[in-house]
Structures are given as structure tokens and as C-alpha cells.
Design a protein around this ligand. Structure first.
Ligand code: BGC
Length: 540
């Protein structure tokens, strides 16, 4: 069955570089998005746990005058920011390390290894009764999440058919939002318990997601582009045939494989694939340096939209501005996040990545400035609090339908194969680095015994979102509807502002010299396809 709901940027022969999308192929690629639940749940559950009375009693100390203290019991500001942000510190290093590992043992195996590391971190967290054990637990779990978050984007971008790649990677963001929502619900369900189960249940549930992800990935094929990089073309042909639902020796599989191999040969001629190569090529749009800066800046700016202020510190912030039901308000914001993300499945392919980023940032900055102005002019009033809730929800709507998914989609698409694993890893590490920096500094901006900015903090997020608009306009190219190999060519021939009107004019396989063709096709002889067929009969 054909199943490609979105339009392509090309017609005719150029479409032959990939088989038509089948529902089965779509679902196979979409399963990996499940990894987002791990990411979302893990980063989300801690906000609610920090707001729990039993947790304040167990992990804090007496004598606090903060309005959010429980009978005077509270942890210090530095402990709160350390417990929250140490996860991002682990994910930062995990993502970087995973960039090398994914080229070495494969994309799929790296994600499974990430689930194992993560499980060790979960055990330590559940066992903890002091900050001293909780922090290493979060750090180790973070390393595992780093593996998973960097390599899932890489894996999904590499296995997804081009017409639905944006939608499939947006599915990852959708899972992140579901993870955040599940975390809020679990926190809500246990926060009134007055024993260790209040925080241990939310911590232990993290493990379930890791088990489901690792088990599911065992059943999925490795990325064909990884096998091309390893020059194992029989395995590449077999993986492609499983993913595209076409016989291994069909013309579609031969054409797509020829294009992957030809592109790889073309790219590898100009570079090896070391970390240093990520920083070569200068400032032209197709240069590796420019692409790596774009990916890292993209993720940095996504964090500077201020979204995690709501998801990490929302519960305690709403308590600080005098709202009752802060747990319920946090759940509402996460529900808005979940419900708005699927809009991007369609818009990301229809309107494109660039437009979503530009208009999304404009929507967010308007909301943030309204919250800041009303909250400052009429601080603590019923009206200001209502405004805070309503515009926080509209703000989350804009984030979830634009920058949330688009930032991940873009980093999966802009790197050439030789440095793709490392480029995606660096970009993901940048997400976590800025996630860490921002979650580390925000308590100092808003806590009553520190900056006590209250709603004024939204002036800062409004200003940084304004920078996001300029960033998207000047630096982000339009990649919708192109194969990853065509994106390479587009970057060579356009600038970000002219990229949307570029159409593919030939394939890499077309451009090979006679010698190159021999080199490529000698690796794709009948023997390879026979071997790939054998692989087919022994595995998925
Ligand atoms: C961001 C996270 C954020 C989440 C919210 C992701 O794309 O990278 O930092 O918590 O979206 O849905």
C-alpha cells in the first residue's frame, strides 16, 4: 500500500531515488520516536518531585522562609538547580560520546547501549534518600538519555523516507511531550503521599520506557546509511528493503542504494570523518563548520525560547507568584504541549521548516512580552495570574507546533553522511548544554531570596525569542521534501534565504564518472543482493 500524505519537491525520475512510502515502512521508522518518551519523562518528572512536601522534608532542611517551603523545610537554591540541571550535564557528555559510538557500533546498538546506562542511573535515583546519591543517579541516567536523544534523531532521519521525514522526526518531539505529560500525571498522582513512594514511584517508572525502547529497537533494522559508511552494501540493501517494503533486488532498492553510495563517495573524497572535519569547510552554507554552527545554534536558540522554564520550574514558579493548584496548572501546560505538537506533522512538510521557525518565534515572543508587561503592571492580581496562565498556554502552543519539532528535524537533515553522527551529536549536546545553563541560572533569577524577578523573567525570554526570529530568517535553510543527499547539493547551490525555491536537477549517481560508477557498482553486484536476500530470510 502506498502511503505518502505529503507533497514532494520534485517529480519524475528524480523520485526514483526512493521507493513509495508504505504504511508499514512509515510505522517502522516511527517506532524509534518512542525514545522521546524517555527524554520527556526524565526531564519532566523532577519539577513535580521538587514541589512535593515529602521530598522537601526528606531532602531539604528546616528554617526556610520561602513561601514554597513545607513547615519550614526546603532544600537550598543550589541543590534545586543542581538536582535539576545535572541531568543535562550527563546528557551533554553522553550525546558527544554517542557521536563516536554510533559510527563505530552502529546507530541502533548505541541507542540500546544508552538504555542500559540509563537503567543504572534509575536504580541509583530510586535508592536515594539524600541529594548525595540522587545527583549521581541523575548524572548517569543523563548520560544514557544523551546517547538516546542524539542517536534517535540520527537514526530516524537516516531511515525515514524523505516525503515524511519531517513528520516522523516531529513524532519524536510528540513523544517528548507525552513523556512530559506522563511525568506530570504520575507526579500529580503521588505528590500527596507522605512517604518515600511519593518520589520513588515517579523515578522507577522511567525504567519502563527504557525497556520498551530497547526491546523494540532489537526488532528494527540498522540504518542503511551506517552500513554504506561501513561499506557493507549487502546489509545496507537488506535494511533498505525492510524499511521500504520492497524486494531486496528491486529497482527501487538498487536506485536508492546507488544514490546513497554515490553521495558517500562524493563526500568522502573531500573529507575524512574525524571530529576535526566537523570544523572544516569555512563559512559557505555547505561548509561543515557552517553546518555544525547552524545545528548547535539551532538547539541553543530552542532552549533560549525559555520553554523549560515552564516545564522544569513551572510548579514552583506558580507557587511563588501565589497560585494555588500549581500542580494542575503544570498539567494543563503539558496537555497543551501534547495536543499542539501533532499540528507540526502536517505543517512541517507543507509550510516547511524555515517558515515554522520564523512564525513560531514571533508567536512566542508576543505571548512572553504580554505576560511580562501585565505581570509587572498588576503584580499578584487575579487578572495578572489569569493572563499568566492563558498566555503561557498560547506560548506553549506556539513552541510545540514549531520550534519544538523543527529544531530536531533540521539537525537531522543538514549534515553530510561522513560527519552526520558527529554533527547531530554536537547539536544535541548543545541542546543539553544550554538546557543545563538555563536550568542552572533560572532559580537565581526567580527565587524569592535571590533575583525574585517574578513575571519580569518573561522580559528575558521575550528578548531571546526575538533573537530566534532573526536567527531563523538569516541562517536556516529550507530542507523539506528533499533526500538527505539532495540537501547536500541544495546547500552548495543556495543561501538560506534562497533555499526554499531550489529544486533538485540531477542525482549524485548521475554525476559519477565512469570510474566512479565502476567503483560503486562493483560493491553492488549480484552477489551482494543474493547475500542480502539470505539476510532477509534469517532476520526481520
Ligand atoms: C526540548 C526540550 C523541551 C521539550 C518540551 C524539546 O524539543 O528540547 O528541552 O523540554 O521540547 O516539549
Amino acid at each position: 500500500m502506498k502511503w505518502a500524505p505529503f507533497s514532494n519537491r520534485q517529480t519524475g525520475d528524480l523520485n526514483r531515488v526512493e521507493a513509495p512510502v508504505t504504511l508499514r515502512g512509515y510505522l517502522l521508522c516511527a517506532f524509534a520516536a518512542f525514545g522521546g518518551i524517555l527524554f520527556g519523562y526524565d526531564s519532566g518528572y523532577i519539577g513535580g518531585v521538587l514541589g512535593m512536601n515529602y521530598f522537601k522534608l526528606q531532602f531539604g532542611h528546616s528554617g526556610s522562609t520561602d513561601p514554597s517551603a513545607y513547615h519550614g523545610y526546603l532544600y537550598d537554591t543550589w541543590q534545586k538547580s543542581l538536582i535539576t540541571s545535572i541531568l543535562s550535564c550527563g546528557t551533554f557528555f553522553g550525546a558527544l560520546f554517542a557521536g563516536s559510538l554510533a559510527d563505530w557500533i552502529g546507530r541502533r546498538s548505541t541507542i540500546i547501549a544508552g538504555c542500559m546506562v540509563f537503567s543504572i542511573g534509575v536504580i541509583l535515583q530510586v535508592a536515594s534518600t539524600t541529594v548525595g546519591l540522587l545527583v549521581p543517579g541523575r548524572l548517569i541516567a543523563g548520560i544514557g538519555v544523551g546517547f538516546v536523544s542524539a542517536i534517535i534523531i540520527l537514526y530516524m532521519s537516516e531511515v525515514a523516507p524523505k516525503a515524511v521525514r519531517g513528520a516522523i522526526v516531529s513524532g519524536y518531539q510528540f513523544s517528548i511531550t507525552i513523556g512530559l505529560l506522563l511525568a506530570s500525571c504520575v507526579d500529580q498522582g503521588t505528590h500527596n503521599r507522605m512517604d518515600t513512594s511519593s518520589y520513588r514511584i515517579p523515578m522507577a517508572i522511567q525504567w519502563v520506557w527504557a525497556v520498551i525502547l530497547a526491546t523494540g529497537l532489537f526488532l528494527l533494522p540498522e540504518s542503511p546509511r551506517y552500513f554504506v559508511k561501513k561499506e557493507q552494501l549487502d546489509k545496507a540493501a537488506h535494511a533498505l528493503s525492510v524499511l521500504r517494503g520492497q524486494p531486496v533486488d528491486s529497482q527501487y532498492i538498487r536506485d536508492e542504494l546507488a544514490e546513497l553510495v554515490a553521495n558517500y563517495h562524493y563526500e568522502i573524497e573531500n573529507m575524512r570523518a574525524s571530529w576535526l572535519d566537523c570544523f572544516r569547510g569555512g563559512w559557505k552554507p555547505s561548509g561543515n563548520l557552517r553546518r555544525v554552527c547552524l545545528g548547535m545554534a539551532m538547539q541553543m536558540m530552542q532552549q533560549w525560547t525559555g520553554v523549560n522554564f515552564i516545564f522544569y520550574y513551572g510548579t514552583t514558579f506558580f507557587q511563588q507568584v501565589g497560585m494555588k493548584n500549581s500542580f494542575i496548572i503544570s498539567i494543563i501546560t503539558t496537555v497543551v504541549n501534547v495536543c499542539s505538537t501533532p499540528i507540526s506533522f502536517w505543517t512541517i512538510e507543507k509550510l516547511g521548516r524555515r517558515s515554522l521557525l520564523i512564525y513560531g518565534a514571533i508567536g512566542m515572543l508576543v505571548c512572553e512580552f504580554i505576560i511580562a508587561i501585565v505581570g509587572t503592571a498588576d503584580s499578584g492580581s487575579q487578572a495578572a495570574n489569569m493572563c499568566l496562565i492563558v498566555f503561557t498556554c498560547i506560548y506553549i502552543f506556539f513552541f510545540a507546533s514549531t520550534w519544538g519539532p523543527a529544531a530536531w528535524v533540521v539537525i537531522g537533515e543538514i549534515f553530510p553522511l561522513p560527519i552526520r553522527a558527529k554533527g547531530v551529536a554536537l547539536s544535541t549536546a548543545s541542546n543539553w548544554l544550554w538546557n543545563f545553563v538555563i536550568s542552572e541560572i533560572t532559580p537565581y533569577m526567580v527565587d524569592s531570596d535571590e533575583g525574585n524577578l517574578k513575571s519580569k523573567v518573561f522580559f528575558i525570554w521575550g528578548a531571546t525569542c526575538t533573537l530566534c526570529v532573526f536567527f531563523a530568517y538569516f541562517f536556516v535553510p529550507e530542507t523539506k521534501g528533499l533526500s538527505l543527499e539532495q540537501v547536500d547539493r541544495m546547500l552548495e547551490e543556495t543561501t538560506p534565504r534562497t533555499s526554499a525555491s531550489w529544486v533538485p536537477h540531477d542525482t549524485f549517481a548521475d554525476q559519477l564518472t565512469r570510474a566512479d560508477v565502476d567503483k560503486v557498482t562493483s560493491g553492488m553486484g549480484a552477489a551482494h543482493f543474493e547475500k542480502a536476500k539470505d539476510l532477509g530470510s534469517s532476520s526481520v
